[in-house]
Design a protein around this ligand. Structure first.
Ligand code: NAD
Ligand code: ZN
Length: 356
């Protein structure tokens, strides 16, 4: 056990294993009627041998991609479980990225009022972010995560070996969240930041560095989740880069993987932090070089006023004022800062000149 996450009297072990073959040993520790494994078609194609070796009583495959977080996809999985007579003493194992984790989390928390679940995150983003904290959810009417629950798994099993097959855009996406933890909660994540600018594949080929980054990131998320009640004050810090990031993500219709929009959002929010709190803008250089090295370019110009109106309707903004996390310095943050629209417009103008 790497550490125990404590939520409402429950200890949730976060376990690290070096080889995928070791995952089964941790699952075997539980008593259950049937083992039900959920994954997506891509992950199954890549890890068929390993998944079959776990000898699940039932194996359910989602299509890969965000579409699997639809209500239809959720109901299809529920139908499958009902048709198979799966009872509530079953053990569910979600093997995959944040999509599989979120939808299976929601299935597990609602099927027969709750079935035990183990998360086996296979993307960098799901290892450092979505598998930790107990948020589950599906999308509804083209809005993300509108229906969901808080549901803690029995265990989270992290195996960095899964990263070896992950495409560049998904590595970058997870790296975006890792860098966010570095700028908000743990400076030491940024110590080897010059490596982030090199080939992103190299960072995670360096087993020791990869492990350090993943563990430090998980520590950040655990610390915040443990301290905070369901989505209130401190958890807000995890939204650094996300206010502008989400607006761009919506505007560009999910053109990049999520964490890449977070990197863009952090650039814009650092510019704002500079204008309001004199935050040292040289911190932006790292983020820009990551984009340059990976030839990431926005597909076309954006309409600043439209980005601002999308932000106004962000669910996190009470009374349609635009609030966000800003930085005075690295790891010295201000939560819920209400940003004036004129300043935001000017910041987006500067941001555009940098990223386009
Ligand atoms: P994802 O689950 O869509 O995975 C990305 C792609 O990588 C998919 O095509 C998948 O098939 C593939 N893949 C997964 N593992 C692989 C591997 N080891 N090798 C090769 N390919 C692999 O994306 P994601 O970024 O992991 O998750 C995004 C989702 O997570 C979003 O729906 C988002 O809303 C959600 N999320 C949830 C939380 C939370 O707290 N619950 C937090 C952040 C994000
Ligand atoms: Zn995020």
């Amino acid at each position: 056990i790497y550490l125990n996450l404590k939520r409402e009297e429950k200890n949730i072990p976060i376990v690290f294993v070096e080889e995928v073959e070791k995952i089964g040993e941790h699952i075997a520790y539980f008593n259950y009627s049937n083992l039900v494994i959920f994954t997506d078609k891509m992950v199954y194609r890549l890890y068929k041998g390993f998944i079959d070796s776990l000898k699940p009583a039932y194996l359910y495959l989602f299509d890969e991609g965000e579409e699997s977080k639809s209500i239809e996809s959720y109901l299809k999985a529920i139908d499958y479980l009902l048709d198979s007579n799966v009872d509530r003493r079953a053990l569910f194992v979600a093997i995959g990225g944040g999509v599989v984790g979120d939808v299976v989390g929601f299935v597990a928390s609602t099927y027969k009022r709750g079935v035990r679940l183990i998360h086996v995150p296979t993307t960098l983003l799901s290892m450092v972010d979505s598998s930790i904290g107990g948020k589950t959810g599906i999308d509804y009417k083209s809005y993300k995560n509108q229906i969901g629950t808080f549901y803690q798994p029995e265990m989270i099993i992290i195996c960095p070996k899964f990263l070896e097959t992950l495409p560049r855009r998904e590595i970058l996406s997870g790296l975006g969240e890792i860098i966010k933890y570095g700028f908000t909660l743990d400076k030491s994540i940024l110590i080897k930041k010059d490596k982030f600018e090199n080939d992103v594949f190299k960072i995670f080929q360096d087993k020791i560095l990869a492990m350090q980054l993943i563990k430090k990131s998980i520590n950040c998320k655990v610390k915040v989740v443990e301290k905070d009640e369901k989505e209130s004050l401190l958890r807000e810090v995890l939204n650094f880069g996300h206010t502008v990031g989400h607006a761009l993500e919506t505007y560009y219709n999910y053109y990049f993987s999520h964490g890449i929009f977070v990197i863009l959002g952090m650039i814009a929010e650092m510019i704002l932090s500079n204008m309001i709190f004199n935050f040292d803008l040289s911190n932006v250089d790292l983020l820009i070089r990551i984009f340059e090295k990976n030839s990431i370019k926005l597909p076309q110009r954006f309409e600043k006023s439209q980005i601002i109106s999308i932000m106004k309707y962000d669910k996190k903004n009470i009374n349609a004022s635009i609030r966000m996390v800003l930085l005075k310095d690295v790891c010295d943050y201000v939560l819920g800062y209400e940003v004036n629209e004129d300043i935001l417009y000017e910041a987006l103008d500067r941001f555009e000149k940098i990223v386009l």
